[in-house]
Design a binder for this molecule. Structure first.
Ligand code: CTP
Ligand code: MG
Length: 255
């Protein structure tokens, strides 16, 4: 029987880009979302630590708000994140959209990196098993990999209303068993992700996730199981849930 090998044993070199340049408008007034605290620690620090914990990840490129590079660098240094768990940290200024921020982060990934992960700073609690599963799926030959979970709610496609709050006619109900809610980190062969971002820039194409760009240009994307704790902190209630998840982990001594 073959002995399973970890990504590190396969000598895989993975780097992660962490877009953290958003304002977090849906979270309400306060600091930029990535710097808001969860259990007394900024979301960004949680997210970077979660990636660094994966043995394959040797570099994490944090994409900070354009006017916040020094502050973010200082924060990561305060928490001793650089070099911890064997991963170096770089910080670069971001752009006005998530896609632009990711592209700016990709600009500093060295050529010897095989696998690039893109992970939202706003998903602080992603378990390391999800990170490893994504790296492994790329190592096993996929060009683009997305972690995802089944939907709890039935989804309706509607004709968007003329004004907010007005009744909206239902157009269709997609079969829920074929739908997945996607998370991050999404994983890619480095050259694939670089190519689609460059094309998108030239064509003026915007997608809501990186895998969407791969699909758009005819590449293939596969889904692997995500995790309910990899949810994105978007609205105030998500922060309440994240605090509860963290408290449960701490009470079980998981970290
Ligand atoms: N992001 C980024 N650069 C942008 C916009 C978003 O790096 N110009 C990052 C965010 O910091 C976040 C991730 O992309 O980690 C996912 O975006 P989202 O959850 O939408 O965060 P925000 O854009 O900050 O939130 P909102 O849309 O509520 O303003
Ligand atoms: Mg946003």
């Amino acid at each position: 029987m073959a002995i399973p090998t970890s990504p590190k044993e396969q000598n895989l070199n993975a780097a992660a880009v962490v877009p953290a340049a958003g304002r977090g408008e849906r979270l309400g007034p306060g600091a930029p979302k990535a710097l808001r605290e969860l259990g007394g620690v900024p979301l960004l620090v949680h997210a970077v630590r979660a990636l660094a914990r994966s043995r394959a990840v040797t570099l994490v490129v944090v994409v900070a708000p354009a006017d916040g590079v020094t502050r973010v660098r200082g924060l990561l240094d305060d928490y001793g994140v650089d070099g911890h768990d064997g991963a170096r940290i770089a910080v670069v200024p971001g752009g006005s959209t998530r896609q632009e921020s990711v592209r700016l982060g990709l600009g500093v990934i060295p050529g010897d990196v095989d696998v690039v992960l893109v992970h939202d700073a706003a998903r602080p609690l992603v378990p390391v098993d999800v990170v490893d599963a994504v790296v492994r799926a790329v190592a096993d030959g996929a060009e683009a990999v997305v972690p995802a979970v089944p939907l709890a709610d039935t989804v309706k496609q509607v004709e968007p209303g003329a004004a907010p709050g007005r009744p909206e006619p239902v157009v269709a109900t997609p079969d829920r068993s074929t739908l997945r809610a996607v998370q991050t980190p999404q994983g890619f062969r480095r050259e694939v992700l670089l190519r689609v971002h460059e094309k998108a820039l030239n064509d003026g194409v915007e997608a809501t996730d990186d895998a969407g760009l791969v699909e758009r240009y005819g590449g293939s994307v596969v889904v692997v199981p995500g995790h309910e704790e990899a949810f994105k902190v978007t609205r105030p209630l998500d922060l309440v849930l994240a605090e509860a998840v963290l408290a449960r982990r701490r009470s079980r001594d998981e970290f």
